[in-house]
Design a protein around this ligand. Structure first.
Ligand code: SF4
Ligand code: SF4
Length: 157
C-alpha cells in the first residue's frame, strides 16, 4: 500500500508528460495525406448531400426559420473524403495540413450559419442562389436556369 501512495504523491507533483507540439514545425506530410474537411458556407446550398453520405455522422444540418445551421463534429471525422467527393458545389475541401493539433476539444466543432431568403411565390425559405452562383460561376455570369428556380415550388422566386 505504501509504495502505491508514494507513487501517487510523486505523480501529483510531476509535470504533464504530453508535449504541446502546436507550435512545433512538423515534417512535411507524405504525398496523398490530407487534413480534415473544411466547409465554406459561402458556396454551400444546404442540400444535405454531405450529411447523407458521411459514414461517421459528423455533419448535422438543421433549419430554424430563415437560417441553416451547418454543424460538424470533426473529432468524429475519419477524413474519408466522402463529403468532399459528393458536394455538388465544392463547398468542402480537405485542409491542406493533415497535422491538426489542439488541446481544446471545442476546436473540432464547426458551426456555420447560412442565411436563407423567402421565395416570393411559395413563401418557402430557400438558399440565395444569386450569391452562391456568383461564387460558383463568377460575378455577374448568367445563372443556369435550374439553379434560379425555387427548389420547393420549382418556380422563379
Ligand atoms: S471526411 Fe468523411 S467522416 Fe469526415 S465529415 Fe466528411 S464524410 Fe464525414
Ligand atoms: S453537400 Fe456541399 S452544398 Fe450540400 S450541404 Fe454539404 S457542403 Fe453544402
Amino acid at each position: 500500500m505504501l509504495p502505491l501512495i508514494r507513487i501517487l504523491i510523486e505523480n501529483i507533483f510531476k509535470p504533464p508528460i504530453t508535449e504541446d507540439i502546436s507550435s512545433v514545425n512538423l515534417p512535411k506530410h507524405p504525398k496523398g495525406f490530407h487534413g480534415y474537411p473544411e466547409h465554406d458556407p459561402t458556396r454551400c446550398i444546404a442540400c444535405g448531400i454531405c450529411q447523407y453520405f458521411c459514414p461517421a455522422k459528423v455533419i448535422k444540418i438543421s433549419q430554424i426559420d430563415d437560417k441553416i445551421n451547418y454543424h460538424m463534429d470533426l473529432d468524429q471525422c475519419t477524413c474519408c473524403g466522402q463529403c468532399i467527393d459528393y458536394c455538388p458545389t465544392n463547398a468542402i475541401k480537405h485542409m491542406p495540413n493533415p497535422y491538426f493539433v489542439t488541446t481544446n476539444l471545442d476546436d473540432f466543432k464547426v458551426d456555420h450559419q447560412i442565411n436563407l431568403i423567402k421565395c416570393a411565390k411559395c413563401d418557402a425559405f430557400i438558399p440565395d442562389m444569386t450569391l452562391i452562383a456568383n461564387k460558383l460561376f463568377g460575378e455577374g455570369k448568367p445563372i443556369p436556369k435550374h439553379l434560379s428556380m425555387c427548389p420547393k415550388c420549382k418556380r422563379k422566386p
